[in-house]
Design a protein around this ligand. Structure first.
Ligand code: ZN
Length: 228
């Protein structure tokens, strides 16, 4: 995963800089179009695909493989600073405000405001804009601040540069809750079974290529490692 210590870089920046996309972003910023409008579908899909590749298919917050089914139902484009807040609308398409998260983390984060007054008043989204409540995907080093132990146990590293932000992420996102860990495990296990079922069906239908693809994904889920 290119999300290693301090290595996450916004490769989707080039997509956002494209002229046709710049026009759409401008329209969004002045309120002529909204996030859910169909006209943004292509742009959003391109961003999602780029982020998925960049993050190795993992959620930024919990680092688990995002279980992607058809139509990206299990994968959310996450706005670190919530786009529904008027003061953050201008950063809805800012490359350093976008990441991919799993459904569980997206749900826990919801519309939480992860900025402070200085950030809210800031013109540019930079690492020194203010104090971010959780670790920031592009400004902070995840593994310098959070240790992920076998069995998906998350620990803020004592004395780390962003220890408080690491703790806030773990607690607010409920990464420390046994139920969350179990829910993830169940979802992954069910998904693996489903993939194997589909692969069997594909073999019976003579579609070896599809079966191979499905089985390799099932294997990936099985091997999903916390050593990321
Ligand atoms: Zn997650």
């Amino acid at each position: 995963m290119t999300l290693g210590p301090g290595k996450l870089c916004p490769t989707h920046r080039n997509i956002l800089r494209r002229k046709s996309h710049r026009i759409l972003r401008k329209k969004y910023n002045i309120g002529k179009i909204e996030w859910a409008d169909k006209i943004l579908s292509t742009l959003k899909n391109e961003i999602r695909t780029a982020l998925r590749k960049q993050q190795g298919g993992r959620c930024y917050f919990c680092r688990r493989t995002v279980l992607v089914e058809r139509k990206n139902a299990y994968e959310s484009i996450e706005h670190y600073l919530d786009k529904s807040k008027p003061h953050y609308r201008k950063w809805a398409f800012s490359p350093v405000n976008l990441t991919i998260s799993c459904h569980a983390c997206n749900f826990q984060k919801s519309t939480a405001d992860l900025g402070d007054n200085a950030i809210r008043a800031s013109v540019a989204l930079r690492s020194n804009a203010g104090s971010f409540k959780w670790l920031h995907p592009y400004f902070d080093d995840y593994h310098e601040n959070i240790e992920v132990l076998p069995g998906w146990v998350y620990k803020a590293i004592g004395g780390a540069p962003k220890e408080a932000a690491a703790k806030a992420l773990i607690v607010d996102c409920q990464l420390d809750k046994v139920e969350t860990i179990e829910a993830h495990r169940h979802a992954a296990s069910n998904y693996r079974v489903r993939l194997i079922e589909l692969a069997t069906r594909a073999i019976n239908a003579g579609n070896k290529e599809r079966a191979k693809k499905l089985l390799s994904y099932a294997k990936q889920i099985e091997e999903d490692s916390w050593k990321v």
